[in-house]
Design a protein around this ligand. Structure first.
Ligand SMILES: *Cc1c(COP(=O)(O)O)cnc(C)c1O
Length: 368
């Protein structure tokens, strides 16, 4: 007989909520094709399950970070074409060409390499030209476009099928971003004289709901699929949370006054205190930076402040005011009572890092 114990900490993912949030994006942008961004394991929600759930929904591409994620999608039987968002390095390109995944180019060297690989396999490879309108991470500079058009047109096995850029400050600097939209529009118009650009895209979640971008016909929502709007918009209230992070109490103890809690003894009890030890820590992705910042967990109907530093596998919370608490009780760390945005604030970071930090030790449980 084997008996498998329940996990100490786990993530429940609501795939229907992710599909719903994609619908919110679709309604906000009725004439725009969508590239749901599912890189980094769908922001911690699980690459394959999220891709399978969204696959049927008539979308243009899935945004992934690298060839490894694209490969996982094809092995999972996902039909939507993966789009590799960042620059590719030389050793990734043969696999990309062989599988007809979509990639970007920022230099003529990359274009020549893709072209020769496509020639080797006797095919036409479709790429999107990246244009650097301000992010400084990839792309041709707008001033280079004139000089690269003819060399690109001369490559027989490469076709420029789209143009893309990426906002650096859509949620922080509206005037800059509006100006950048003008620059992107100029670049698109210039390139359109030479290429048939089926796809033109610049916006991620913030850009998508916050700005009018008439020249774009494809959007790349990431964070908003996972229920968080990076910028205030009329769509905020429509997004649904997609994930719940839970753990369990492993121990409940009464500590006397003047007793330290956790490494460094940064917290000392002022009075007799009932302390719950909870089975999750920074190794699971619960940010150590929440230590001493007034972060809380939710337990048996009560908010309970965390005490002292987050340790690798455990945290401690003050449960003096909770009438009933016992080992095995469930603890909410992210969920209906504790929004992920609060956790990010307490950790002095952004929501993206909280989602993508959820570690492999946390089993993902899917509900639909
Ligand atoms: C990650 C990423 C996105 C998605 O960004 P969100 O802010 O999460 O919506 C879109 N485009 C590119 C190029 C990205 O790298």
């Amino acid at each position: 007989m084997t008996h498998e114990s329940p996990p100490r900490a786990w993530v429940e993912v609501n795939l229907e909520a992710i599909a719903h949030n994609l619908d919110v994006a679709r309604q906000a942008l009725p004439d725009t094709a969508l590239m749901p961004v599912i890189k980094a394991g769908a922001y911690g929600h699980g690459l394959e399950p999220v891709a399978r759930r969204l696959d049927a929904d008539g979308i243009a591409f899935f945004g992934v970070a690298n060839a490894g994620e694209a490969r996982r999608l094809s092995r999972a039987g996902v039909r939507t074409k993966p789009f590799i968002l960042g620059p590719t390095f030389p050793e990734e390109r043969e696999e990309i060409v062989l599988n007809n995944w979509c990639a970007t180019i920022s230099t003529l060297e990359e274009a020549l390499h893709f072209n020769s690989l496509a020639a080797l396999y006797d095919k036409t490879f479709l790429v999107h030209m990246a244009v650097d309108t301000g992010m400084g991470r990839e792309g041709f500079l707008p001033s280079q476009l004139n000089d690269v058009v003819n060399p690109l047109l001369a490559l027989p096995n490469l076709r420029v099928d789209g143009v893309m850029s990426h906002f650096p400050s859509a949620d922080e600097d509206v005037p800059y971003t509006q100006n950048e939209i003008g620059l992107f529009t100029d670049c698109v118009q210039q390139l359109q004289q030479h290429f048939r650009l089926r796809y033109r895209h610049i916006a991620a979640s913030a850009g998508e709901l916050g700005y009018e971008i008439p020249v774009a016909n494809l959007a790349r929502p990431g964070l908003l699929l996972y229920g968080v709007a990076p910028m205030a918009s009329i769509y905020d209230g429509l997004l649904k949370p997609t994930l719940r992070l839970s753990s369990r109490v492993s121990l409940v103890r009464e500590l006397p006054a003047n007793h330290g809690v956790a490494y460094g003894r940064t917290f000392i009890t002022a009075k007799p205190t009932r302390v719950a030890t909870i089975g999750i820590g920074y190794a699971d992705g619960w940010p150590r930076a929440t230590s001493g910042k007034g972060a809380r967990v939710y337990l048996n109907g009560h908010s309970c402040p965390l005490l002292g530093r987050v340790t690798m596998d455990q945290i401690m919370a003050d449960v003096t005011h909770v009438p009933f608490v016992a080992p095995g009780d469930e603890v909410e760390l992210i969920g209906p009572h504790i929004p992920v945005t609060e956790v990010a604030d307490k950790a002095d970071t952004i929501v993206w890092t909280i989602f993508t930090g959820l570690g492999p030790r946390l089993p993902r449980v899917y509900s639909t």
